[in-house]
Unconditional design. Sequence first.
Lengths: 66, 52, 242
Amino acid sequence: MTEFEPQILAFACHYCAYAAADLTGSMRLQYPTNVKIIKLPCTGKLDVLYVLRAFERGADGAFVAG
Amino acid sequence: MNYVKDLLDQIGLGGERLEMYFLSSAEGARFAEIATEMTERIRELGPNPLRK
Amino acid sequence: MIIGEQKPLDEIKEIIADYQNLLILGCGTCVTVCFAGGEKEVGILASTLRMATRLEGQNPALSEDCPELCRRVEGVAEGKEFMEATVQRQCEYEYNEEVVDLVREADAVLSLACGIGVQTMNEQFPETITLPGLNTSFLGQPTEQGVWDERCQACGNCTLDKTAGICPIARCSKSLLNGPCGGSRNGQCEIDPEIDCAWQLIYDRLRALGKLELMTEIQPARDWSTSRDGGPRKIVREDLRL
């Protein structure tokens, strides 16, 4: 069996964490490809349902960053 | 966040699959750190049993 | 408004155990405003139940010992389906008409409305059982974000004019009409020091309004037949009937 590669969602605020993630790229820093970023206009836009739907549809993990 | 973690615990998926981080737009290195941290944590927890 | 609170997940799972195809039906009035049974809560509960039943169907112990049985168990649990809908007001037939097709498709309805909504659904759709997903708590008011307090007991005979707009029936632990009692301590109730003494509040407000003389007026023993003592109540307005 191949090694388990988790699928992780990052709910990121456009103004802080998304910009930070952008900077990660500009700085040529490496981070695991397991993390897929979803941009939110603000973490206040996050809804309980977004997180539940993510897990319901098979996401292995999720984090909110703002 | 605690509400959802509690829900995930209650249904047996585990609240530790979800986390909240605070960081500013200048913290590019911190984002990479968080991404690595989460990937490792989830790798240990194993796949989401709901995944088909 | 009517304040409700969602039942614990384990109790809900037990309530719906015998049914495969469920309609989770929210109500867009009181229970939406108190974050207990509106469209959003319907979505969250449906998603949670979908995950919970799927997780329970996959019993790892069974899959190793007896793959066949496991598949069967999985089939049952995974076969559970949850439809979602919310009507404007579940206590009126007209609004529930909108979901008649979904009700026919379901083995049972899990209602997130108050007890009135649940009973309306059962009356309106006698061939389908409607089950309660909420506990109907009381008639109250949001006093701060995330906090609700009881304000009215629907006694059917309002006395707020004599008590400075503060209800002694709903807010005094003993429903005294001639208060306060000897258990009023520093403005708090002897039943629970977290509760404000309603008669202290009434006194303070009457004094502020310059109407303290209302305190000395003795309220005679009351006719409680307009309250629950007279059995289930009913209002008929001949002028409105068709």
